[in-house]
Design a protein around this ligand. Structure first.
Ligand SMILES: *Cc1c(COP(=O)(O)O)cnc(C)c1O
Length: 386
């Protein structure tokens, strides 16, 4: 289906709501039945019928159908956060005694899900260098059930060869999952390469305006129903109808926004790469990136995130540079309209943070929708102080 068809029409039943162009927010907790025949038929499938908004809500359903179509899967679920979606999708695949193979350096709360949460319930894990397919295969044990990927990962931008990983998972009977937040379905559609479940922090590009926290799981009808029935209904981390309407609105401009941030990020990244006070720029679509060929093969673009190592004599100089940037906001998260920096230096002196072991001259940039030359002007004046 054409992207424009998905974003403008799919899932929208305008006959049911006065031909309103934008879908209504069906702000209700429950739905009533004309009679017991209707009641009984609804309860045969709680995922598809309207009974209670923890299960199914019409506004949420519009969003689900658009997301599934964007990723090229049969169905999708939405959650109240990306972490809620990741936790539900992973937990649905395992029981005590099972093992998970996961790429190194996943999103921090995915790391905590494996190392702290699932460890308490007897599920073990191995972290592997996802750049090396044989390292992944060697980590698979008799009790391995899950292959968890994040490509590119959101700090190192390391990639995995998705088609090869999907084949490996099929060969060993594993369920393959990927966090696809960085590329978005505009630039990478892992299900088409054979990955079973595609996950998103919808907080990032899908909503795109820094005003909703949301998560997504896309996959086959069978796998989605299993997650719905066993995790979403019990753990209950659902997306409220109003937030779903916000994300539907965000999706309308997703292709435009992705095109803009991809282009702007490359302009800013190339400027930085050529600057004498920059040691290295890590961006999957720069030819200097070690996995550039693979990036070009499996992604049609990259989002607005990249990392930069600056040449700074000491932490103090680094702080002066960071504080001199006036057009970038210092913040976590990314994927909104606004440009951000997340400097590793910000984690210095906080006990127990893994990030504080990363080099303090590393800064992650998230380029937003502003004029890239206006952003470069700001970087230029700040670099003069480094
Ligand atoms: C933000 C993020 C998450 C978590 O999503 P939330 O919506 O914040 O819960 C997961 N994966 C990646 C790559 C992220 O950047």
């Amino acid at each position: 289906m054409h992207q424009s068809e998905i974003l403008t029409h799919l899932g929208e039943e305008r006959d049911k709501y006065f031909q309103a162009v934008s879908p209504p927010v069906i702000q209700t907790s429950n739905f009533c039945f004309r009679d017991l025949t209707n009641f009984r038929s609804a309860f045969r499938n709680e995922l598809e019928n309207h009974i209670y908004s923890r299960g199914n809500n019409p506004t949420v359903q519009i969003l689900r159908s658009k997301l599934a179509a964007l990723e090229g899967t049969e169905d999708a679920l939405v959650f109240s956060s990306g972490s809620g979606a990741i936790a539900a999708a992973v937990i649905a695949q395992v029981q005590a005694g099972d093992h998970i193979v996961c790429v190194e350096g996943p999103y921090s709360w995915t790391h905590a899900l494996l190392t702290q949460f699932l460890a308490r319930f007897g599920v073990t894990h191995t972290f592997v260098d996802g750049r090396d397919i044989s390292a992944i295969e060697n980590a698979i044990q008799a009790n391995t059930k899950v292959l968890y990927l994040e490509s590119p990962s959101s700090l190192t931008f390391n990639l995995q060869d998705l088609a090869a990983c999907a084949k490996l998972a099929q060969k060993h009977g594993l369920v393959s999952l990927i966090d696809n937040s960085f590329a978005s379905p505009i630039f990478q559609q892992p299900a088409k390469l054979g990955i079973d479940l595609v996950l998103h922090s919808g907080t990032k590009y899908l909503n795109g305006h820094s005003d909703v926290v949301c998560g997504v799981v896309c996959g086959s009808k069978e796998k989605i129903f299993q997650i719905f029935n066993s995790e979403q209904m019990t753990l209950g981390s659902i997306l409220p109808p109003h937030d779903a309407a916000m994300v539907i609105r965000g999706l309308r401009t997703l292709p435009l926004r992705m095109e803009r941030v991809a282009e702007s990020a490359l302009i800013v990244a190339r400027y930085l790469e050529a600057h004498s006070k920059v040691e290295q720029v890590i961006h999957p679509m720069l030819p200097a990136f070690p996995q550039y060929e693979l990036a070009r093969k499996q992604m049609s673009g990259a989002g607005g995130l990249f990392s930069v190592y600056f040449k700074a004599e000491n932490l103090e100089k680094m702080e002066t540079f960071i504080h001199s940037l006036k057009r970038f906001l210092i913040a976590v998260s990314w994927g909104g309209h606004e440009s951000l920096i997340m400097p590793v230096a910000g984690f210095y002196g906080i006990e127990g943070r893994e990030d504080s072991e990363l080099p303090w001259n590393l800064v992650r940039f998230s380029i937003g929708l502003e004029d890239p030359n206006w952003l470069i002007e700001d970087i230029e004046q700040a670099l003069a102080k480094l």
